[in-house]
Design a protein around this ligand. Structure first.
Ligand SMILES: [Zn+2]
Ligand SMILES: [Zn+2]
Length: 222
């Protein structure tokens, strides 16, 4: 039904036809278009693997980030976390799907799991809701409940890198046999990457041949 009605921009409420954002808001988004390290998606000269990834390669082999974390993506992500509107999920998913379509297709898409206590609090897993339209658009099977967060880790905010790593260690479990599979983890924001790194480790232990991190936004600096 809604296809017959003009849509409204998720940011400014201007008519946006069949798009989640109007053309003006879309043009203003902080696209992650600088040369970045292919592994961690932080700025890197000529897009080479950065020194940090050479010294301490994370368990994921590749990161795709649609945006740098900043205005107005931070607002959109916050609004989505609290309101959970489908239009916002689409607005956030679409640019990532667009970027991911230019890269090799994984065989499985895994949303970053939310601890049951957080899920109960919020009512939905934002990573899963962003993963749904991407899965549909790119025709990649979505394993919605394959992984679990077994430990309710305190917020990562304000923790140093080493602390963050310890904070998420042993926080995930996964039941899937991923032998030989190329998989991508979908998350909303990547900050240090320690949570994605920890889940990637678990997926590699389950036999995954390759793990990529797909995120809506990448924090550029702490
Ligand atoms: Zn707008
Ligand atoms: Zn790197």
């Amino acid at each position: 039904m809604h296809a017959f009605f003009p849509r409204h921009c998720a940011l400014c409420a201007a008519p946006s036809l069949d798009r989640p954002l109007c053309a003006a808001c879309d043009a203003d988004l902080p696209r992650h278009s600088i040369p970045v390290c292919p592994i961690c998606a932080l700025p890197a000269l000529d897009g080479h693997v950065c020194g940090s990834c050479l010294r301490h390669p994370p368990a994921f082999g590749h990161t795709l980030a649609a945006f740098s974390y900043g205005f107005p993506i931070d607002r959109l992500l916050q609004a989505f976390k609290y309101a959970g509107s489908l239009a916002l999920a689409e607005a956030l998913a679409e640019p990532l799907a667009h970027l991911a379509a230019k890269h090799p297709k994984p065989e499985l898409l895994l949303p970053m799991p939310l601890h049951p206590a957080r899920l109960k609090e919020r009512g939905f897993n934002q990573a899963l809701e962003i993963a749904r339209p991407i899965s549909r658009r790119l025709d990649i099977p979505l394993a919605a409940d394959a992984c679990r967060r077994t430990r309710d880790t305190p917020s990562q905010a304000g923790l140093k890198w080493q602390q963050r790593r310890g904070n998420v260690r042993g926080a995930f479990a996964c039941d899937l046999d991923l032998t030989g599979k190329k998989v991508a983890i979908l998350d909303d924001v990547m900050t240090t990457g320690s949570t994605l790194d920890e889940l990637s480790r678990v997926l590699l232990k389950r036999g995954a041949a390759e793990v990529s991190a797909w995120v809506v936004a990448r924090t550029l600096k702490e």
